[in-house]
Design a protein around this ligand. Structure first.
Ligand SMILES: *Cc1c(COP(=O)(O)O)cnc(C)c1O
Length: 374
């Protein structure tokens, strides 16, 4: 059996919730969506939530509501899933990569400050691995420069910053419920915000740009069949079956968080003294860890260590290849060397298994294998 780097935890309660929704007669645009959105607000501290088809769709809609367009720059870290930067390109904007901090692997606020120009329209911090960026510093900085703030919270549901929910900060947050993330709807995502205007725009962008709210109509309400298309939107809806699964998963978030914290603490203790670097938790961060990464001291040994761990049936991975190293980004003119700390982290990194259904025996096997191979 292979121990994967991440996997979902699905129980009988989750299965029952989905089956009940299948039997309810409402498979999509039904009541589970608003229910899930309400619970997402509770879990994140935001006033409004809009559930969408996946995290990338949440990023796309957020970039649109921030008004990103040609000539606009958005500051983003390179050590992230490509979708974080792709949403800027979807809108014709330019991603500007700022480096990370080697200890925390999070966006370096000083480097963000250095990369702000008169064209900067937004900053897009990523809560890498579930550790939280310094949102108080980033909120101050973006407010001072009058630019938008979008948190990529795909890894960080349940995490707090100085006791505050990620949704309590200005701007918007995106969430992902892909099968490897801390809570899952199979595929799924959401945008949260405290801004009512942005919330209303997100609601119709999610469903073709269509509204059925007469208060928003430009023309006269012509009858019971009538609706209006106000924007060029998309079909980015999440189904009721998925929202039912999300609701059931959210109930278990405290347990998922506890188990992830136990395994993280065990790994941290076990690896002390080995020639590897671990991701440190900044003092303001109270995380629910999604990923556990180590960085070996010698980058020329990474591949061999990775292969040996795979040979021991440990599904190690690497998060992430720096976004601007991909051929598509190279074709846009991005060159290696832009963010040396992120590149060095990538070249030394191995992602170890971390998920809430991991047993103590599995975690012990991972630790003894890492010690043996290193
Ligand atoms: C998973 C993820 C996303 C969104 O991915 P989807 O698969 O589209 O839900 C965005 N950003 C980061 C950092 C992610 O890990």
């Amino acid at each position: 059996m292979i121990i994967p780097y991440a996997t979902q935890s699905i129980g009988e309660d989750d299965i029952t919730a989905v089956v009940e929704t299948l039997k309810s007669g409402m498979l999509t645009t039904g009541p589970k969506i608003a229910e899930f959105e309400r619970e997402l607000c509770n879990a994140t501290g935001a006033k409004y939530a809009v559930a969408v088809a996946n995290g990338a769709a949440a990023l796309h809609l957020s970039a649109l509501t921030m008004g990103i367009g040609p000539g606009d720059e958005v500051i983003v870290p390179p050590l992230t899933f490509a979708a974080s930067a792709n949403c800027v390109l979807y809108c014709g904007g330019t991603p500007v990569f700022a480096d990370i901090d080697t200890d925390t692997m999070l966006l370096n606020t000083e480097d963000v400050r250095n990369k702000i120009t008169e064209r900067t329209k937004a900053v897009l911090p990523v809560h890498f691995g579930g550790e939280l960026c310094d949102m108080d510093a980033l909120a101050d900085l973006t407010e001072k420069h009058n630019i938008a703030l979008l948190q990529d919270s795909a890894h960080s549901i349940g995490g707090k910053i100085r006791g505050k929910g990620q949704g309590e900060y200005p701007g918007q947050q995106i969430w992902s419920f892909h099968a490897v993330k801390t809570i899952t709807t199979g595929e799924g995502g959401a945008v949260t915000t405290n801004n009512e205007g942005i919330y209303k725009t997100l609601l119709h962008l999610r469903t073709h740009g269509i509204t059925r709210d007469p208060a928003q109509y430009v023309h006269e309400d012509a009858g019971g069949w009538y609706y209006e298309m106000l924007d060029l939107g998309f079909n980015y809806r999440l189904t009721d079956m998925q929202c039912a699964l999300g609701l059931s998963q959210l109930k278990k978030l405290p347990y998922f968080a506890k188990r992830r914290a136990e395994i993280t603490a065990y790994y941290n203790d076990s690896f002390a003294g080995l020639p590897i670097q671990i991701q440190k938790s900044p003092e303001w961060s109270n995380p629910v860890r999604h990923l556990y990464t180590i960085r070996v001291n010698e980058k020329n040994k990474r591949r061999e260590i990775f292969d040996k761990l795979r040979a021991k049936n440990i599904g190690v991975n690497v998060h992430y290849i720096p976004v601007y190293w991909f051929p598509y980004y190279e074709s846009l003119g991005f060159k290696r060397g832009l963010c040396p700390v992120a590149e060095d982290s990538y070249e030394r990194m191995i992602t170890l298994p971390l998920y809430s259904s991991m047993t103590d025996e599995m975690a012990e096997y991972v630790v003894s294998s890492v010690k043996e191979v290193i």
